[in-house]
Design a protein around this ligand. Structure first.
Ligand code: PEP
Ligand code: MN
Length: 251
């Protein structure tokens, strides 16, 4: 198996793309093929969704994770998905190449400690109100258990403004690059929550030195079962990947 963490460390720019949530087998297989053709490196897809409203689509759980895993195998792409529960660690160990810790769980230290023991790469999202210091301190819980395969992900912090879902802290990307040796990614999708400016934020993060990006895409933009407002098309992803790589080269 390829060592995906070393690949990310050696790559100039790595792209993670996929739907917010795995909705069914056909859709995740179809998106997997399309994002690969667009130049993405890693397939994402939520199986356990941390939704604010309990009545909203919560993800397909284990079945969804298996579909993601199978789609990754079919198209020879590593897969990443968010873990929400300590009890699912064995499942994620078997089915995910990178384990994502979401913004709501950055402070879940027992989860971080337990995950570290899997020795899998961990993409740690910044808590929505976490300081940079708290973000880096959370990494120490993973390091202490002997795992140094951490990817930091800036995904927007809370603000008083309501025009965007959060505010992408591009300054934090530049600061983190100076303070830590870990790859620093940006998630423009959750940062803004609206499809029309995802590309702008992706370019800004590349200009601030991001090592990669995680972007939500969907084939049927209005029909996504979660985060439909921020999903972009595969065509737009294709453009973002090309331009972001150029920006990284320039800076
Ligand atoms: C996600 O990436 O699917 C997600 C829920 O992100 P966050 O934890 O940043 O809200
Ligand atoms: Mn989402």
């Amino acid at each position: 198996m390829i060592d995906i963490y070393n690949k990310i460390k050696n790559n100039d720019y790595t792209v993670i793309a996929g739907p917010c949530a795995v909705e069914n087998k056909e859709m995740i297989f179809s998106i997997a093929g399309l994002i690969k053709a667009a130049g993405a490196d890693i397939l994402r897809g939520g199986a356990y969704k941390m939704r604010t409203c309990v009545k909203d689509f919560q993800g397909l759980g284990k079945a969804g994770l298996k579909m993601l895993h199978d789609a990754g195998k079919e198209f020879n792409m590593p897969v990443i998905s968010e873990i929400t529960d300590l009890n699912d660690i064995d499942l994620f160990y078997d089915l995910a190449d990178i384990i994502q810790v979401g913004t709501r769980n950055m402070y879940n230290y027992p989860l971080l400690r337990a995950l570290a023991k899997t020795n899998k790469p961990i993409l740690l999202k910044r808590g929505m109100s976490a300081t940079i210091n708290e973000f880096l301190r959370a990494c120490e819980y993973i390091e202490e258990s002997g795992n140094n395969k951490i990817i930091l992900c800036e995904r927007g912090i809370r603000s008083f403004d309501t025009e965007t879902r959060n505010v992408l802290d591009v300054g934090a990307i530049a600061v983190l690059k100076g303070m830590s040796a870990y790859p620093v990614f940006a998630d423009p999708s959750h940062a803004c929550g609206r499809a029309d400016i995802v590309s702008s934020l992706a370019y800004a993060s590349a200009a601030c030195g991001a090592d990669g990006v995680m972007i939500e895409v969907h084939e049927n933009l209005d029909a996504a079962l979660s985060d439909a407002f921020q999903a972009i098309s595969i065509e737009e992803l294709d453009t973002i990947i090309k331009k972001s790589k150029q920006i990284k080269k320039i800076v």
